[in-house]
Every structure is written in C-alpha cells, then in structure tokens.
Ligand binder design. Structure first.
Ligand SMILES: NC(=O)c1ccc(NCc2cccc(O)c2)nc1
Length: 245
C-alpha cells in the first residue's frame, strides 16, 4: 500500500516511520511512503505557503494553490488513492474506518499547519476529512502518522503472528484483556491461575470474559454499539456477578 503525505515537515514524517513494525514494512517495500512539500510547488522567491486570513483574526491560513499543485502530483503518482485531510473538523476515526482505509490502493494524507487551509482547497481536492480525536494539535503530521500506523498494522505481513493479539479484540469492538508476563508473583500480586493452567480453551474463555467485562466497566458506549452473542452475554453476566460479589 502507498501513503503520500503532503507536509511542510517531511523529515518529521519520514523519521517517525523508520522504527518498529511500520519501519520494517517500509524497508521491505510492503509499504510505500512519499512526502510532498507544498513549498516545492510555490511560484514565489520566498516559497510562500501561508497567508493572512480574509476577515482578520489570529494566525495564518495555508494557501490553496501550492496544496492543489502538490495533490495533483501525488494523485498522478498514486492512482485511485483516497485524498484525506486530517483536521479537528473531520469525522472521528475508529477501528472500522481504519479497516476500510486499509482496502484502498493508496492514501494521500494532507497535514495542515497554522490555523488550517483555504476552504477552496478542501472543496476542490479533498475526498474525506478525518479527525483522530477531539483535540487540536499544532499540525496534521501526527494525525497522519497515527493513521498510517493504524492502517499499516492491518496490512498482511506487517505484524508477525505474535503481535496481532491487541488488534483482535478492538477489531471485535471490545477493549483488550489484561496481559501478564514473568515473574509469576510481583509485589504480592499473582498472575491469574487460569493463565498458568495450560488449558487453552479455558484461557480463551477467561480472556473473552475479561475483554467483555472491561468494556462494560470502562466503555459501555462500545458495548451499546455491539450485539452480544448468547455466549458473550453469559460471560458478561458471570463477570458482573464476580464484580458485584
Ligand atoms: N484531531 C485531529 O485529528 C487534528 C488534526 C489536525 C490538527 N492540527 C492542524 C489543523 C489542521 C486543520 C485545522 C486545524 O484547526 C488544525 N489538530 C488536530
């Protein structure tokens, strides 16, 4: 899969994607990453990419023309890609949306800076506006990196078999179960005995019950979105009985 990022800080994007599972996928060519700097698409000596806002007010706005020229170059290099603008005004991302994006041939991600971009660029060039959460950052680069990481994890071959557990539960719309490793006892806290039993069916059942129970305790909104199978309903009832005991 190909990711194209429009940013005035390309080194920030490239360096953040050198490490970890995504870095490995880029190195092995399973993921392509290209950065386009709107400054390279300016016509003036000062390579101006921002200007003062019409109507007054604080800060600067990113000019439309350099972005439009950069997106045209990116679209040519990545046919069929979805053009996504990261901003607090976008639809808030969730795992289902990430899974849908992983099906695209490519994503062209626009990382805005300053107070945002000229609306005419969004109307003319952007397919979708997405937000990684209800908070404002100094730029769209970190949201773009979050999106690249979340999508890349879902691409075949990015995660080894021993890393995919975390996404399984969230992909199932539930929070993750608790994890433990050595030592077996730590500050008088022992690892739950079921995990030492070697009974894989019993362990899987315990983990499913924990995922359901923790979702019920911490994120009932996620549970409301999801029908429970009869087995899941039983597990959650068991968890709640133990919880209220
Ligand atoms: N929640 C997010 O996904 C997010 C995205 C970008 C961003 N900053 C750049 C920016 C871009 C556009 C308008 C704007 O007001 C700020 N901050 C947060």
């Amino acid at each position: 899969m190909r990711f194209d990022v429009l940013t005035i800080f390309p080194d920030m994007v490239r360096s953040a994607l050198r490490e970890g599972v995504v870095g490995r996928a880029v190195q092995q060519g399973r993921i392509e990453l290209h950065c386009w700097n709107p400054r390279d698409f300016t016509q003036d000596r000062h390579r101006t990419v921002d200007d003062r806002p019409f109507g007054g007010g604080p800060g600067m706005v990113m000019k439309a023309e350099p972005l439009m020229a950069a997106v045209a170059a990116a679209r040519q290099a990545s046919p069929g890609a979805r053009v996504i603008y990261l901003s607090p005004q976008g639809r808030v991302l969730d795992q289902a949306a990430v899974a849908d994006m992983a099906q695209a041939p490519g994503l062209i991600l626009i990382a805005g800076r300053y107070e945002g971009v000229d609306e005419r660029f969004i109307n003319a060039c952007v397919d979708e506006e997405w937000s990684i959460g209800d908070y404002v950052l100094s730029g769209g680069e970190l949201p773009a990196l979050v999106l690249i990481d979340a999508v890349s994890r879902l691409l075949p071959g990015t995660l080894g078999h021993d890393e995919s557990a975390a996404q399984d539960s969230f992909s199932a719309g539930l929070l993750d179960y608790p994890h433990y490793t050595r030592p077996e006892e730590l500050q008088r806290q022992r690892v739950p005995a079921v995990l030492m039993s070697g009974d894989h069916a019993r362990i899987a059942r315990w983990r499913k019950k924990e995922a359901l129970g923790r979702t019920w305790e911490r994120r009932p909104d996620l549970l409301a979105r999801r029908d429970l199978t009869p087995e899941e309903a039983t597990l959650l009832a068991e968890y709640r009985q133990e919880w209220e005991a």
